[in-house]
Design a protein around this ligand. Structure first.
Ligand SMILES: *[C@@H]1O[C@H](CO)[C@@H](O)[C@H](O)[C@H]1NC(C)=O
Ligand SMILES: *[C@@H]1O[C@H](CO)[C@@H](O)[C@H](O)[C@H]1NC(C)=O
Ligand SMILES: *[C@@H]1O[C@H](CO)[C@@H](O)[C@H](O)[C@H]1NC(C)=O
Length: 496
């Protein structure tokens, strides 16, 4: 009663609900996430095929800051019982994990289906369900079979068919129990970092060309699998399906129209390239992106835009392929316009033509992956509601890595602030956020960050062959939150 009273009175005096104690809505599910390559280990066990991260970390270890790889990672492949107990102990309602394509299909294509791989995920899914935890399953999270990369990977226009063939195996095997599907995790990261600036596997530097080919193929791959599920599986399996896109909030660095346009353009290049074709009424790539890429392409000597076109059939095929809006959110940036670069070799950055910066206060001077801008989360949620037809929003990743490994007050402050912003968005802006997923259950292999970024609710000792897991202070914060269903910053969680 007390908290309700406080919420009501605060609401009357302030547009932001700044009350100290807030009820978590009953229909907001709270859980945590990992992905296959980042936690499983067992990279070549029981018939698993090589993926693009296995190849890159083995052949070019210098690409990862600490020269590490995920050959063993958290050894989760051998720790189903222990990991499910960790999740249950917090009280999380759902667990988002991903399926490794080459663990299921060692040759990329369904010519061999690896029974041991199927068994592993069957056991994980059954154990979660037995413990009352809803499995939320990502079908693709960055770990393409190397054998398919050898054929061009996400830049080969046949990849959408390969992905569909793989997804059919997945729905057949697990769809009787899995009711929440994420087709693809973070298209921008796959395309821009994999085939644009080339920092992520497969490490192809083809900025302004390969990244856009990838974007088109990712959209078609997602749409194919969405339609596959709707045509062949949903009647019997009755689940829901979407994808998840990382959307940073882009705040104009000034109120000039040129900087407002720049911030908008940057958002459309970074995530509008994927959200606009799927969630907007018109579909297709955003006009701002089409215009900017075409202008430079022609000046550079290309016969047509480097951004491939989507035919009207493809636009219709991609548009509306979602049951919810899947959002990964980590960043906010200020954006201002940049002077156009001289015409020369093509690049994504030249196409976007902006300068991005942040307020150093957002990062607490941390060199680690930490950015806390709660109003950025609220603004992106509001943007989604206003521009994409007020969909249900599932936050599928949100988190920080902190320097302090056990008494991680900074992480708790982050989650407290972000959840308050989420509740503002729900209560004041009426955004339909139905699921919140923190990244991550435990410290793990953070791609090019290796083991240096500690996002976990549990610390993992990577020196210990047993990969011992230890709860951090943030574990207790989430455990209290899930037990009481009340958001508050207890004195124990504030550094004195
Ligand atoms: C590649 O792109 C990512 C995401 O935009 C960025 O964080 C990173 O600094 C870029 N790396 C290089 C070498 O440009
Ligand atoms: C732009 O204008 C708004 C509304 O007047 C103001 O709140 C905001 O601080 C301004 N932004 C900048 C960067 O000056
Ligand atoms: C950072 O925070 C300090 C103290 O709250 C404030 O004085 C300063 O203006 C902030 N910096 C920026 C760039 O906003």
């Amino acid at each position: 009663m007390y908290s309700l009273f406080l919420i009501l009175t605060t609401f009357l005096i302030s547009p932001t609900l700044s009350s100290k104690i807030r009820k978590i809505p009953d229909d907001l599910m709270i859980g945590c996430a990992t992905s296959a390559y980042q936690v499983e280990g067992a990279w070549n066990e029981d018939g698993k095929g090589e993926n693009i991260w296995d190849r890159m970390t083995h052949s070019q270890p210098e690409r990862v800051v600490d020269g590490s790889n995920a050959d063993i990672a958290c050894d989760s492949y051998h720790k189903i019982d222990e990991d499910v107990a960790l999740i249950k102990n917090v009280g999380f309602q759902h667990y988002r994990f991903s399926i490794s394509w080459p663990r299921i299909l060692p040759y990329g294509f369904p010519i061999v289906i690896n029974k041991k791989g199927i068994q592993y995920y069957n056991k994980l899914i059954d154990k979660l369900i037995d413990n009352g935890i809803t499995p939320v399953v990502t079908i693709y999270h960055f770990d393409l079979p190397q054998i398919l990369q050898d054929l061009g990977g996400w830049t080969n226009s046949l990849v959408s068919k390969w992905f569909e063939d793989y997804a059919r195996v997945i729905f057949d095997a697990f769809g009787d129990r899995v009711k929440l599907w994420i087709t693809i995790n973070e298209p921008y990261t796959i395309c821009e970092m994999g085939y644009g600036n080339g920092t992520y596997a497969p490490g192809i530097p083809s900025s302004g060309v390969g990244d856009y080919l990838c974007a088109r193929n990712i959209l078609l791959a997602h749409a194919r699998v969405y339609h596959l599920y709707k045509n062949e599986f949903v009647t019997s399996q009755k689940g829901r399906i979407g994808l998840t896109i990382q959307c940073a909030w882009k705040e104009p660095g000034s109120n000039s129209s040129i900087d407002k346009n720049a911030a908008y353009r940057d958002s459309q290049f970074e995530w509008g390239l994927y959200t606009h074709p799927i969630y907007s009424k018109r579909g297709d790539f955003p006009e701002a992106v089409k215009k900017a890429v075409k202008l430079r392409s022609l000046a550079e000597g290309f016969a047509e835009s480097r951004l491939p076109t989507l035919s009207s059939e493809e636009v219709a095929f991609i548009r509306g392929t979602y049951d919810f809006f899947g959002l990964n959110h980590y960043f906010t940036q200020y954006v201002i316009n940049a002077q156009p670069s001289p015409i020369g070799l093509p690049s994504y950055d030249k196409d976007v033509s902006v300068v991005r910066y942040i307020d150093p206060n957002w990062t607490k001077g941390s060199k680690i992956f930490y950015m806390n801008v709660p109003w950025g989360l609220r603004k992106i949620l509001k943007y989604i509601k206003q521009n994409y037809g007020d969909p249900e929003v599932f936050i599928l990743e949100n988190g920080v890595a902190t320097v302090e490994q056990f008494n991680n007050y900074d992480a708790i402050k982050f989650y407290y602030d972000q959840l308050n912003a989420l509740l503002d968005a729900v209560e004041i802006d009426k955004v339909k956020v139905k699921l919140y997923t923190m990244w991550s259950l435990m410290d793990n292999f953070e791609f090019v960050g290796g083991y240096t970024y500690k996002f976990g609710l549990y610390h993992v000792d990577f020196e210990d062959p047993n990969r011992n897991r230890t709860p951090k202070l943030s574990f207790h914060f989430f455990k209290d939150l899930l037990k009481s269903r009340v958001l508050q910053l207890d004195d124990r969680y504030v550094e004195h």
